[in-house]
Design a protein around this ligand. Structure first.
Ligand SMILES: [Zn+2]
Length: 256
């Protein structure tokens, strides 16, 4: 009798754990910045060979890299993406996304979205218009990361609206394609900003940690995981793409 009770308790614990883990699962939306050799101390830079091993890891372990658009569509329809789905995004639009990441993505046939700052295109070490156009014609997506990368919660609402609306318009004019996704600079977020982004005609928007702003993750505040130099260690990368990284990661992570 006692054994039966223990077995029943164990079964209940297993079922509870399964339900909990199912609820905790989130499609990992990876956030990269620069893919370059870079300085050792810059956590945001991932070396091209590490990026290549990460892409190989995804391929060899049966992950399905889906576009941000495909993922956002599933979110909007309330559907569950297939297991082991991963989304790849890049912030700021570095030229090395074109020179270093794009050839690897093309080799693996993986889609990705590059969020560019409209006023920065072609300046310093950032991708040029022809580079963006070429990436688009080979299946990558370009999204808006505002006009000037200012923190949208720290400026007047009209100015924030300008950053959101005019960047879309300018990118569309220059690239000749609809710009359907937005990315909040530094992840700064508010319900009012989400509203502006949605009214501007975007189909979705990427954040970093919406919970930092007391908000849940939805199609206009997609939570992402920052891939940094620490993911040179493929065990860390494995944890990041497991879908349970949100359970593991510590609070207070800086966002860019
Ligand atoms: Zn940024």
């Amino acid at each position: 009798m006692k054994r039966k009770i223990l077995l029943a308790l164990a079964a209940a614990a297993v079922i509870g754990a399964v339900i909990f883990l199912r609820g905790a699962y989130r499609v990992p939306v990876l956030m990269y910045h620069s893919i370059n050799q870079g300085a050792e101390n810059s956590r945001l830079i991932v070396a091209p060979e590490s990026f290549r091993s990460q892409m190989r890891f995804l391929r060899e372990h049966g992950y399905r890299v889906i576009s941000l658009d495909a993922y956002a569509r599933l979110l909007r329809e309330g559907k569950t993406p297939p297991g082991k789905s991963v989304v790849i995004t890049f912030d700021d639009g570095y030229a090395d996304n074109y020179t270093n990441a794009y050839p690897i993505l093309k080799e693996y046939g993986f889609p990705a979205t590059v969020f560019v700052v409209a006023d920065w295109v072609g300046t310093k070490d950032l991708a040029t218009w022809p580079q963006l156009t070429e990436m688009i014609s080979n299946g990558l997506t370009v999204g808006s990361h505002s006009l000037t990368h200012c923190e949208l919660t720290n400026i007047a609402p009209e100015q924030a609206a300008e950053e959101i609306i005019r960047s879309k318009r300018e990118l569309e004019k220059k690239l000749g394609v609809p710009i359907r996704y937005f990315c909040y600079p530094c992840g700064f977020l508010s319900p009012a900003l989400k509203e502006i982004v949605s009214t501007a005609g975007y189909q979705g928007a990427c954040a970093t940690k919406p919970e930092k702003y007391g908000m849940g993750s939805d199609v206009f505040a997609i939570r992402r995981i920052r891939v940094s130099r620490s993911a040179d260690n493929l065990f860390i990368f494995w944890a990041q793409v497991s879908g349970y990284y949100n359970l593991l990661r510590a609070g207070g992570e800086k966002t860019e």
